[in-house]
Design a protein around this ligand. Sequence first.
Ligand code: BES
Ligand code: MN
Ligand code: ZN
Length: 489
Amino acid sequence: MTATLSLSFQKASSTIEYPCVVTASSGEDGIILSAAAQTADAEGEGALSRAATEAEFKAKSGSSLVVRGAKGTVILIGSDADLDAGKDAETLGGKIFSAMSGAGLSSANLYLDADEEVLADLAHGAHLASYVFKDYFTKGEQAKIKEKSLAIYADAASDAEKAYGARAELAEGVFLARDLITEPANKLYPESYAERCEKLAETGLKITVLDEDAMRKEGMHLLLSVGQGSRRASRMVVMEWQGGAKDEAPIALIGKGVCFDTGGISIKPAGGMEDMKWDMGGSAAVVGAMRAIAGRKTKRNVVGLVGLVENMPDGEATRPGDVVTSMSGQTVEIINTDAEGRLVLADVLTYAQTYYKPSKMINLATLTGAILVSLGKEYAGLFSNNDDLSQAIMDAGAATNEKSWRMPMGKAYDDMLKSHIADMKNIGGRLAGSITAACFLERFVDDVPWAHLDIAGMAWADKSSPTVPKGGTGYGVKMLTKLVETDRD
Ligand code: BES
Ligand code: MN
Ligand code: ZN
């Protein structure tokens, strides 16, 4: 993992050093140059305003224009006069980073008159945009890490620098999640994944790893049934953060960590199967969020639990039709071994409730292809037994640009899981696949507010957006961190 941008915050000055990034906003009769942009324009003998006119530059937020003047390169970037802190400022930061890259600049000075929250969010957005994963290139341009630096000049610089500290911790969590998602399955498998989690003890998290024997003792046969066809042993990792009062019930964050999903005996088609290395995206969101929460010293109790398995088809693998007893005692007829994520999550949900009595539980999983059909790559599917928790998740998602959309549940869907031979089947049939998957999980939830996010559409980006480069997104880290920090009961 590498963040390729180093940031600094500097006291505002009336002089400009080049290369620079200056802003303009759109007014009623044309664009309005900021004071710094006017200085750059004057020093360049009007080159900036001439170029803006020629290009019919409208100063829409994030749009940019590069001018190579006598004194140096100037990037003029559109910014709303009343730019808000939060995701809009982050997006602008991401666009500034890509404008720098586009102009071939390895360093730049940004002059922006804004408050510390806006500046810190903007810096955070630029930092998030600068992530690259180059561990496996050995030669040529691709192997080179091109470091960039951005100095932000503003009156509020020193307050912005302070405010930025907590964002940097959040970014560490996002980058960790992106790394885990991007790693191929021959490098990241349950044991190596658990070892990487153990390293997080440095941040103040208490880490416990359960091996197969320990899970067998707990009766976690559903989780174990998924991993039993693999040469790789399964693991569960528990990460505890004690930031709140001793007696405060923790919030439980639970993640699906299928390090590779071949489908098992119900094997998937070959085309695109490589994508199933990121079938641990839910667990990555949880691990990343725990890293961020610890780094930020969040004043709440939180427990993160991830079930780590590999779904492979060998002679020990689960057969379609096998009946397996869960940790909860309920039995499951496994009709399709490719519906494995819910089996892993079911036992982790039971474990979380048994040992942590959480105030609420949120699980994340790349659970169904069907959620991509429903919601595409804009929203995660949200399924919950609780309106307040749902609203809080949607609000935290809207604020962090990690959006979710609530889907229906209910008895009619749940009935689709009836089995002739066991308490339930692991699939519902052709219709409403994401919903029946959620209903399956709900059968393992006791009387506690619970939400399930199906992030199959969100964990991986096929194209870059301002603060999320193409590849593993780290979706969920920002939303979960926000949710935990705004949780008030
Ligand atoms: N990991 C997949 C879901 C998935 C699909 C994630 C595409 C990311 C992108 C999951 O384990 C799975 O295979 N689900 C099946 C369920 C079916 C057998 C009921 C699916 O979606 O086809
Ligand atoms: Mn599967
Ligand atoms: Zn899967």
